[in-house]
Ligand binder design. Structure first.
Ligand SMILES: [Zn+2]
Length: 240
C-alpha cells in the first residue's frame, strides 16, 4: 500500500480528515477485484485516490471486469460471470442489453459489440496508465509534459498472436510472460502486468489487453496518441 497525499488520477491534494467529500482519501485498487476471481496479494499496488476519481473509475471497473472475464477460455467461468452481472439482475442495464442483442454466431465463436464506447475505454486506459506511472515513478502523471499512446487488443488479435507464438516457441505467450522478470502476476491466468520504465502492458484473462506507452509531449507523439484512439474506434467488437 502506497501512502500518497495527491490523487494520481486528478492530481488534487487528498483530504485526510474528511470521509464524504469529493477529494476525501479512499483506497484504490488499480486492478479491481471485479476483474479477478482469485484473491490477489493484500494491498499490493494499492494507493490512495480521491473519492471522485475512485467512484468514476469503479463504474468502468465493473464493465471492463465483466468484459475481461467473459473472454476466459474457461467457458463456465465466463458464463457465470455474465450471468452474475447481467442475467440475474431484475432489469438488464441498457448497455448490456444492446451487447446481448448484437450477438452474432460465427465459426470462431460469438461476436458481440463492446458494452462501452471508445471514449470510455480510453478513459479507462488513462486510469491504468496514470496508476502505473504513479506506482513506477512515485509521482502523478503530468499531462502537460507527457502523452499516453494507448492500444487496446481484443480476443481476435490475441488468438492470432497465440497461434504464431505457439508455432515458433511451442508454448503459451501469456504463461511465458508470467515468468518474465519485468512482469507482475496480479493473479495467475487472470491479470499480468509487464512494465518497463514508461511502457506498460496489462493483460486480462489472456485475451484483453491495454498497451500504454508514455512519451514526452511533442507534435509527433500527440499525433501517435490521437491515431491510437482512432485504432480503438476501428476495432470496437470482440470475440467471445
Ligand atoms: Zn482524483
Amino acid at each position: 500500500m502506497i501512502h500518497n497525499t495527491i490523487c494520481p488520477y486528478c492530481r488534487h491534494a487528498l483530504e485526510i480528515k474528511t470521509e464524504n467529500r469529493p477529494r476525501s482519501r479512499s483506497v484504490e485498487h488499480l486492478i479491481p477485484n471485479t476483474s479477478l476471481s482469485k484473491r490477489r496479494g493484500k494491498g499490493e499496488g494499492d494507493f490512495y485516490s480521491c473519492r471522485k476519481c475512485n467512484s468514476a473509475k469503479s463504474k468502468l471497473d465493473d464493465i471492463v471486469g465483466l468484459l475481461t472475464k467473459a473472454q476466459s477460455d474457461n467457458e463456465s467461468f465466463a458464463y457465470k460471470s455474465l450471468e452474475k452481472t447481467i442475467l440475474k439482475k431484475k432489469s438488464i442495464p441498457y448497455r448490456y442489453e444492446t451487447m446481448i442483442n448484437s450477438a452474432k454466431y460465427e465459426d470462431d465463436g460469438v461476436h458481440v459489440n463492446l458494452p462501452l464506447d471508445a471514449s470510455e475505454l480510453i478513459k479507462y486506459a488513462n486510469y491504468l496508465g496514470k496508476g502505473m506511472y504513479f506506482i513506477k515513478n512515485g509521482k502523478a502523471f503530468n499531462s502537460y509534459r507527457f502523452v499516453m499512446v494507448i492500444k487496446i487488443f481484443t480476443k481476435g488479435f490475441h488468438n492470432q498472436f497465440k497461434d504464431l507464438y505457439n508455432d515458433e516457441q511451442n508454448s503459451d505467450p501469456i504463461k511465458d510472460l508470467e515468468t518474465n522478470p519485468n512482469s507482475n502476476v496480479v493473479a495467475e491466468d487472470e491479470c499480468v502486468i509487464w512494465s518497463q520504465k514508461m511502457s506498460y502492458l496489462i493483460i486480462f484473462h489472456h485475451y484483453f489487453s491495454f498497451s500504454i506507452k508514455i512519451k514526452k509531449r511533442n507534435k509527433l507523439n500527440e499525433e501517435a496518441s490521437n491515431n491510437s484512439m482512432k485504432d480503438v474506434h476501428n476495432s470496437m467488437s470482440y470475440k467471445q
